[in-house]
Design a protein around this ligand. Structure first.
Ligand SMILES: Cc1cc2nc3c(=O)[nH]c(=O)nc-3n(C[C@H](O)[C@H](O)[C@H](O)COP(=O)(O)OP(=O)(O)OC[C@H]3O[C@@H](n4cnc5c(N)ncnc54)[C@H](O)[C@@H]3O)c2cc1C
Length: 357
């Protein structure tokens, strides 16, 4: 069994910002992540397609805003700044997950660990994982447990009688389909995409945003080998509208990819031109919890204000939905939430020397 003063579930931006900041104060912290790597909704994907080489793209957030000096100084050397925005707008260099990888460097991290249950016993929090027969096995024991996941995934773990269940009842997340296409340059030109940089907000009823992943800083274009002819290719990512996604949650990934592609052609006046506008490969992913929705701003204040108090038995929450403030959301909100939780926890552990394992 793994032991630490603090166990953090989730190695996305909020969990790693918290874990990194706690570890910097010499407090033992262990971060558990169900995926194979860090990033969560900032994750990047690499796919090896023999004939087309290795494709690399950001599956989650394509870009984000930064307003606080602390966040700006953290990301400045890992991101490229975009022009013409009132708030500072950034696109990650090479891949989005480089941000969470940087935070993870000084953190004890166990990936591929899906926590299936949590229980409080003798003043300690236990996390459980399922073995190959589906039986729960204790994985870690800690004084503090941090749930750094979207609110729905936190609620699935929180004991039914815990006050956070009621506090999180009104916080929810929007789903979002994302499709990434490998498109020959000739098709890309034919479609006539007028993308000055790597991003274009489309805001039609199907597609929220388009990003040209291969045009992002530090990325490379691919080559298609077709009948021994090499052709330059670009990687185009379409983020679906959450409402459109909501009505198609259970559709097959290929259908989603086709529908979104058809919507893109329609948007550019190329309906019925499908023979000339084919992509070579697509990868589609369903984010069930993409961005917080509903009245998060007022509800989250209620939870944040009490996330680390004694009555809640050293169970803490952090995540983008808790960091939302006027002008701050998404990635920056996740970072801020992780940092403010870490500050509160460091204060508590320093004031209470008895709180050791
Ligand atoms: C398609 C898309 C587009 C977006 N666009 C933008 C944008 O333009 N601007 C912006 O600022 N933000 C954007 N976002 C949102 C941004 O990515 C998130 O706000 C931010 O990354 C959230 O970080 P987090 O740490 O709160 O949560 P997450 O990144 O979701 O991290 C939670 C982690 O917990 C892990 N986990 C969950 N349950 C368990 C378990 N039981 N056991 C172990 N691990 C578990 C998950 O695997 C995940 O890694 C976008 C997100 C998506 C998906």
């Amino acid at each position: 069994m793994h032991r630490a003063q603090v166990v953090v579930i989730g190695a996305g931006m909020s969990g790693l910002a918290a874990a990194n900041s706690i570890a910097e104060q010499g407090i033992e912290v262990l971060c558990l992540e169900k995926a194979r790597g860090t990033g969560g909704r900032l994750s990047s994907k690499r796919i090896n397609l023999d004939e087309h080489g290795v494709l690399s793209f950001d599956l989650g957030a394509s870009s984000f805003y930064a307003s606080s000096e602390r966040f700006v100084s953290f990301i400045e050397d890992k991101c490229s700044s975009m022009q013409g925005m009132t708030r500072r707008h950034y696109v990650p260099n090479v891949r989005s997950s480089s941000l969470t990888r940087a935070l993870a460097e000084s953190v004890r991290l166990e990936c591929g660990v899906k926590v299936s249950d949590i229980k409080r016993r003798n003043g300690r929090w236990l996390t459980f994982v399922e073995d190959e027969h589906g039986s729960p096995q204790v994985f870690s024991e800690s004084l503090f447990l941090v749930l750094a996941t979207p609110p729905e995934q936190a609620r699935a773990l929180i004991p039914p009688s815990h006050p956070y269940q009621a506090a999180l009842e009104f916080v929810s997340s929007q789903p979002q389909w994302v499709s990434v296409y490998l498109v020959p340059y000739s098709v890309y030109e034919h479609i006539g995409l007028q993308v000055a940089g790597p991003l274009l907000n489309l805001n039609c009823s199907e597609i929220k945003r388009l990003s040209v992943e291969s045009a992002k800083p530090g990325r490379t274009e691919s080559l298609c080998n077709d009948e021994e002819q090499e052709e330059r290719c670009v990687l185009v990512k379409l983020e679906a509208q959450p409402e459109w996604t909501n009505h198609r949650l259970e559709l097959d990934k290929n259908e989603i990819a086709s529908e979104l592609w058809a919507a893109l052609l329609r948007e550019f006046g190329l309906e019925g031109d499908s023979n000339e506008c084919q992509f070579r490969f697509q990868y589609t992913h369903r984010w069930l919890y993409s961005l917080p929705s509903g009245n998060v701003l007022s509800r989250s204040g209620e939870v944040t204000g009490s996330h680390h108090q004694g009555p809640h038995e050293n169970l803490c929450l952090c995540g983008d939905y808790l960091g939302i403030r006027e002008g701050i959301d998404g990635v920056e909100a996740a970072y801020q939430s992780g940092l403010s939780l870490a500050e509160a926890m460091v204060e508590m552990l320093t004031d209470e020397p008895a709180l050791t394992m």
